[in-house]
Design a binder for this molecule. Structure first.
Ligand SMILES: [Zn+2]
Length: 218
């Protein structure tokens, strides 16, 4: 049973006609696996995609034996080899990719200011990145907030390319001008896609700096 993780090769690939490559049941009922899988499963601080198989909502997706499997809101019984039409919720996909990629940019910019990224959470309405101070870290105040926002706006306006590729089974992401990093999330293709970026708050608590932010895809 071979599955192609299509969502890794093109964030903006929303529709496909593909085959069911696996079926089974669990406590949620029937699941299917798709040969060309367009859906990003939750992981790495990024939420799952939403979408449809034959116009029926995909209500759940998860890994099973390394596969992304889907629960489809239908009584139809699927069989291996069956052709299906698949669509990803494009607006949600773009929003998730924008939040996730902006999270990388915040990591980089805060890194330049002496803060080391510790963890990230890129869900709509609650996106945040947490940092620990390195030597010489800039103090947490309104000036730092302004500096970070200004630097991110510069990166957005300069329209840096965002690239991903696979190397010996490891996926990398590179934002032009930064260092390549390992990442299995979905990314925008250019920083210029980002609109309405804002740092909502900077909070320092018990040595952990929490940067809450929001951004949309154009
Ligand atoms: Zn990433």
């Amino acid at each position: 049973m071979e599955q192609h993780p299509t969502y890794l090769s093109d964030t903006y690939h929303y529709h496909a006609s593909t085959s069911v490559c696996g079926v089974g049941t669990d406590d949620r009922g029937q699941w299917i696996a798709l040969e060309d899988n367009l859906f990003h499963p939750q992981g790495g601080g990024q939420p799952s995609d939403c979408g449809w198989v034959n116009d029926k909502a995909v209500s759940f997706s998860r890994h099973q034996d390394g596969l992304v499997v889907l629960h489809v809101d239908t009584d139809h019984v699927f069989s291996v080899g069956e052709r299906v039409d698949v669509s990803v919720d494009a607006e949600l996909r773009k929003r998730h990719a924008a939040l996730h990629t902006a999270g990388h940019m915040i990591n980089w910019v805060l890194g330049e200011m002496g803060w080391i990224a510790k963890s990230g959470h890129h869900f709509p309405g609650e996106s945040r990145v947490e940092f620990l101070a390195a030597q010489g870290a800039l103090p947490v105040d309104d000036e730092l907030k302004q500096k970070v926002e200004q630097r991110i706006q510069e990166l957005i306006l300069s329209g840096k390319d965002v690239k991903t590729w696979d190397e010996a089974g490891v996926r990398y992401c590179l934002i032009e001008g930064f260092d390549a990093m390992q990442c299995a999330g979905t990314h925008i293709d250019k920083t210029a896609r980002l609109v309405e970026f804002q740092i909502k708050s900077l909070k320092l608590k018990k040595g952990v700096l929490r940067v809450s932010y929001d951004v949309n895809h154009q």
